[in-house]
Design a protein. Structure first.
Length: 212
């Protein structure tokens, strides 16, 4: 799988481009302020991007959606329970004292596990509320292969977990999402979070101070 990640200030939120090395189809995950770099990476790999997938609708994860949509003309996917947050992205910015442009409307809401597809890859969608009501984790695997790579948004980080003090957050719900959904994946599953370095399910199971 082709995997590119970029992060820029002020939030240093990870945005991703995934691509199928055989068909050159791809997806963009959580385009934020680094959207131009993601679009350049997609072009460098000669990818035809099929969808814009959002793990959740906090402003740092969606500020580049409009530019991505304009450049690519492909559907935007989000969990329905985060659409209110998404539609209030301008007000989210005001909470942090920054200007954010309104973003184009979501085209489709995740409907169960899926899978969505790009090329020979499946994207399974797991609702993992707690950090926010409509947070999802995306499990990506090549067709016919068990081994998945996880994109978990702000649900789980290397050595930490998502904050639950923002509107719609709930600590018990977040811990349940991590234990019941993410910790069902094998220890060697690679986890890409919305911020910071990648980790694995096994490492977090053994060493994450919020979870042991
Ligand atoms: Zn968030
Ligand atoms: Zn974030």
């Amino acid at each position: 799988m082709i995997l590119e990640h970029r992060a820029v200030g002020p939030f240093f939120k990870n945005g991703f481009v995934l691509g199928c090395e055989e068909t050159r189809e791809g997806v963009i995950i959580d385009p934020g302020d680094e959207v131009e770099e993601l679009l350049a990476a997609a072009e460098q790999h000669r990818l035809s991007i099929k969808t814009i997938l959002l793990t959740h609708a906090h402003l740092d994860h969606v500020t580049g959606v409009g530019k991505a949509k304009q450049a690519l003309g492909v559907p935007i996917w989000l969990h329905q329970a985060d659409n209110i947050l998404y539609e209030h992205v301008v007000q989210q910015g005001q909470m942090f004292g920054i200007h954010v442009d309104p973003q184009p409307p979501v085209d489709a809401f995740y409907d169960g596990e899926g899978p969505l597809r790009f090329g020979r890859y499946d994207v399974r969608v797991f609702h993992t509320p707690g950090h926010c009501p409509g947070g999802v984790c995306l499990a990506v695997n090549k067709e016919g292969e068990q081994k998945a790579t996880l994109f978990v948004g702000d649900t789980l980080f290397a050595g930490s977990i998502g904050r639950t003090d923002l509107p719609g957050g709930d600590a018990d719900t977040l811990l349940r999402s991590i234990r019941d959904v993410l910790f069902r994946f094998p220890d060697d599953t690679v986890v890409w979070s919305g911020h910071g370095e990648p980790t694995t399910i096994g490492r977090e199971r053994r060493t994450n101070p919020f979870l042991i």
